[in-house]
Every structure is written in structure tokens, then in C-alpha cells.
Design a protein around this ligand. Structure first.
Ligand code: HEC
Length: 467
């Protein structure tokens, strides 16, 4: 078997998954803002050209400069940064996404180009154009922006719920997967809400609008918050569409996931109630500070939601097809036999920092099998997680990795590699001394082998299904 090895980067104390996740949250927030912003601009243009709110035009031109600066530049930059980091962390996942969906990506990028062109044309010439032309450009911009969400949404939701998709089958079976619609609607409404909240901040800060005009425009923008009322239903639909094990982690099974689900739901609920009752029913007005606070809460809700969406996919990056550490389920048996890093051609970064070849082997095994979700002594560090475990406990719990925590994939290496990893952990927690004895007792390896066999090669969710 030819296993595809790629060079993997190390981000020091920051966990690799967190590097992608952290960047992803900013990117998603900015991108969703750009989409909702486009729709809101169409609405404001319509309000101004039909004479309903003549001040909308003033706000639009001020608002748009802000939008262009923030979402085009920062959104595009974080988007590129996503590609740069993911290919250093999970190249095989990216490879699979590109290979499976290349025409979809191409379509998405075409819409993105249209979005940039329409947005830029509006930015440069919008002020001098007649209303009809302005509206055309804005409609083009927001349609293109929404369609780029449409295309990317199919690929992202496929990772968690591939549904009836198989590598040999139709690409559309993967694209229109079980969580496609709930997440598309959810993201669309989230985009509208973010745009409305940012509009409240911008209108408040606009120097050339009278108090009355501000008030009127804020209540117009608040209409974009009304669809938030449907978000709880969409959230439930989404939870219903994802696999039962993922759902269970978000709803109590994993402390971190449950906490973030709660934070996301709580922050959305707060924004939603304020928007519906305060802004739309009681017609209270909102000042810049409150609007900024609500924007902050929307960011927290987005962050929590993205964290959960990425988190509940574990132990997979593409459910059923690729584990988080870029190993396909069908390859585990073979890697257990020949070794996970036997043919990994990439050297360690500071090989001389390790005391012997066994610990060096452990470091390669760690990099390949665990490094995407753990560091040694930084975020989610093994030394902290297993700090008090005896050697026996380390061996047993790593051999039965998928039973230790069901969101970890099965261990995909030999018993010797596992022992090398155990030595790496205990050497690190001993303070990285210069001399470290080799561990080469035969009974130890035999025992680890037995535990590996007991654990089997299937992830926890499938083991349960088999019983
Ligand atoms: C898909 C991501 C992922 C991979 C890959 C992964 N882990 Fe984990 N691991 C986790 C998460 C998440 C936790 C839970 C951390 C917590 O409880 O705060 C965890 C917990 C642990 C714990 C503590 C378990 C406990 O009961 O407290 C150990 C030890 C551990 N992992 C070792 C490993 C080793 C060794 C590897 C590589 C062979 C590995 N993990 C691969 C995600 C992963």
C-alpha cells in the first residue's frame, strides 16, 4: 500500500486544530457579514430610490466603505490564510475536498470573482450612477456573495454528513447532503443578523444623519433580524440531521462541546430576544454601545457554533472516509502491521533534542497520529492530560484510544511505536533529561499487542453499532 505522507508543520504550544478553528471563526464571521451586508445594501438602496427613507442613501455610502474595508480585505485575506494553514496541518483532507469537488470549487470561485468585481465597481463608481445601475450592481454583488455561500456550504456540510455519498458515486449526493439545507438557511439568517447589527453600529456613528433619521434606519435594519426567530427550529433540524454520536457530544456527551453549544445558543437567544422584542415590537432604539455589544455577542455565537461544528466531526475530518489525523479507516489495519511512520520520509525538526532513537520514533508517531489534536505540553497537551498516569495506564489507554475517548480515532501503529510514544510522554513529563533508558522488554510489547487487538481497528461509534 502506498500511504501518502505530507510534511506537517508544528505551531508550537498552539494546537493545530485550534489554529485552523481560530482563523476559521474570523473568516466565517467576516464572510457572513459580507453576504448579509450585500442584502442589506440592496434593501437600503430600494428604500432610498423609492423615497421611503431618503437618508438610506447617505447611510449606504458610509456603510459600504466600512463593509468593503472589513469584509473584502480581511475576509479574502483570512480565506487565503485558511488555505495556507490547512495544507500544513491536514493536507490530505484538503486534497480530498479539492479532488472530490473541483468543479464546485471552480464554480464557487467564479461567483467570488463576480462578487469582487461587482463590489469594486460599486465602490469606485456607485456614487455617480443612476439608481437603477446602483441597484443592479448591488443585486449582482449580493447574489454572487450568497451563491458563494451556497457552494461552499455543500462542501463543508459534506464533511460532517456525507449522507449517501461514496467516492465512486455522484458528486451531488455529497453536495446536497443531509445537513445542507438546515445549515444553508441557518447561515443565511446569521449573515442577515450580523449585517443588521453592524448597520446599527454604523448608522449610530454616522455624523451626517439626524436623530430621527438614525432611528428610522435602525428600525429598517432591524427587519433583517426577524428571521432569527426561525433559528431555533433550524438549529434543531441541524441537530437532527447530524450523526447520533456527534449530536450526543453537543448535548452533554462532551463537556467542551456542550459548553460551546450552550454559549452559542445563549448568545443567539439574547441577540434574538433583544432584536424581536426591543427593536421590532417595542421599537426602542439602540445606541452605538449596545449595538457594538450585540455585534460582540453575534461574534461569540458564530465562534461557538463553528467550534461545535468542527468539534463534533471528530474523530473524522470527512465522516467515514478520513480520520482527523488524515488516515482512512481502511488503512488502520495495514498501518498497525507495517508501522505508521516507517515510510514517513519527513525528518523531525530538532532530532538532536531527543535522547535516543526510541524517543525520536515516539516523536514521529506523535506528529503523525496525535499532533493534529494535541500538543505535548501546550494546548490539549498530553503531558497535562495524562500527567498522573502510570506507564501501564498510558499503554492501555493509548492502545484503546477510541475507547478512552470516543472522539479519538483508533491507534494506527505497531506496539513498538506505541511504546515509543509512551516513552516520549514520560520523558517529556520527567523534564526532558539528557539521558533516557531504552524500553525494550518483550512482555511489555506483547501486552500492548494484546490490548491493541482487543481495541480493534474500528472507531468507537462503529464498535457500538456492531454489538
Ligand atoms: C481527533 C482528535 C484527536 C486525536 C487524533 C487524538 N486525540 Fe487524544 N484527545 C482528544 C480530545 C478532544 C481529548 C479530550 C481532552 C479533554 O478531555 O480535555 C483527548 C484526550 C486524550 C487523553 C486523555 C484521556 C482522558 O481520559 O483524560 C489522552 C491520554 C490522549 N488524548 C492521547 C492521545 C494520543 C496518544 C493520541 C495519538 C495516538 C491522540 N490522543 C489522538 C482528541 C484527539
Amino acid at each position: 500500500m502506498e500511504f501518502p505522507y505530507y510534511p506537517l508543520n508544528d505551531f508550537g504550544p498552539a494546537m493545530k486544530g485550534m489554529v485552523i478553528g481560530g482563523l476559521g471563526i474570523f473568516h466565517v464571521f467576516l464572510a457572513q457579514f459580507a453576504i448579509g451586508g450585500g442584502m442589506l445594501m440592496c434593501y437600503f438602496q430600494w428604500l432610498s430610490q423609492t423615497g421611503r427613507e431618503p437618508a438610506a442613501r447617505e447611510a449606504l455610502d458610509g456603510y459600504f466603505k466600512f463593509l468593503v474595508l472589513v469584509s473584502f480585505v480581511a475576509g479574502a485575506l483570512t480565506g487565503v490564510a485558511m488555505w495556507f494553514t490547512t495544507i500544513q496541518i491536514s493536507p490530505r483532507t484538503i486534497g480530498m475536498m479539492v479532488e472530490e469537488f473541483h468543479w464546485i470549487w471552480a464554480t464557487e470561485w467564479t461567483f467570488f470573482c463576480l462578487e469582487v468585481a461587482a463590489g469594486y465597481a460599486y465602490y469606485r463608481c456607485g456614487g455617480g450612477l443612476a439608481d437603477r445601475a446602483r441597484m443592479t450592481l448591488l443585486a449582482l454583488y449580493s447574489l454572487a456573495a450568497w451563491f458563494s455561500l451556497f457552494w461552499i456550504n455543500g462542501i463543508l456540510s459534506w464533511q460532517l454528513t456525507p449522507g449517501g455519498w461514496t467516492p465512486a458515486g455522484s458528486v451531488w449526493a455529497g453536495f446536497f447532503n443531509p445537513s445542507f439545507w438546515p445549515s444553508l438557511f441557518y447561515r443565511t439568517f446569521a449573515a442577515m443578523s450580523i449585517a443588521a447589527l453592524v448597520a446599527c453600529v454604523v448608522v449610530n456613528a454616522h455624523p451626517r444623519l439626524s436623530l430621527g433619521e438614525r432611528d428610522a434606519l435602525i428600525h429598517r435594519a432591524a427587519h433583517f433580524l426577524i428571521p432569527m426567530a426561525l433559528m431555533p427550529v433550524l438549529g434543531l433540524w441541524y441537530l437532527y440531521a447530524i450523526p447520533p454520536d456527534s449530536r450526543a457530544w453537543a448535548l452533554g456527551g462532551s463537556a467542551a462541546m456542550t459548553l460551546f453549544t450552550g454559549v452559542a445558543a445563549g448568545a443567539s437567544l439574547f441577540v434574538g430576544l433583544y432584536a424581536l422584542i426591543g427593536l421590532n415590537l417595542q421599537r426602542v432604539t439602540i445606541n452605538g454601545a449596545t449595538a457594538t455589544l450585540l455585534c460582540g455577542l453575534a461574534f461569540v455565537a458564530t465562534g461557538g457554533g463553528e467550534f461545535v461544528r468542527e468539534g463534533v466531526r471528530k474523530p473524522y475530518t470527512v465522516r467515514g472516509a478520513l480520520f482527523s489525523n488524515s488516515i482512512a479507516p481502511s488503512e488502520v489495519a495495514e498501518l498497525r502491521r507495517v508501522g505508521s511512520v516507517t515510510r514517513d520520509p519527513y525528518p523531525l525538526r530538532h532530532p538532536q533534542a531527543y535522547p535516543n532513537d526510541q524517543v525520536r520514533l515516539g516523536a514521529k508517531v506523535f506528529r503523525f497520529l496525535c499532533g493534529v489534536c494535541h500538543t505535548m505540553d501546550g494546548a490539549n497537551g498530553l503531558v497535562h492530560l495524562a500527567g498522573t498516569w502510570t506507564l501501564e495506564q498510558l499503554r492501555l489507554n493509548i492502545a484503546k484510544l477510541q475507547l478512552t475517548k470516543p472522539f479519538m480515532p483508533p491507534f494506527a501503529g505497531t506496539a513498538d511505536e506505541l511504546e515509543a510514544l509512551v516513552q516520549l510522554i514520560s520523558w517529556t513529563r520527567a523534564g526532558r533529561p539528557e539521558d533516557w533508558p531504552l524500553s525494550n522488554e518483550v512482555p511489555t510489547i506483547v501486552q500492548i499487542d494484546r490490548w491493541l487487538q482487543e481495541a480493534g481497528i474500528h472507531p468507537a461509534s462503529q464498535r457500538e453499532g456492531k454489538r
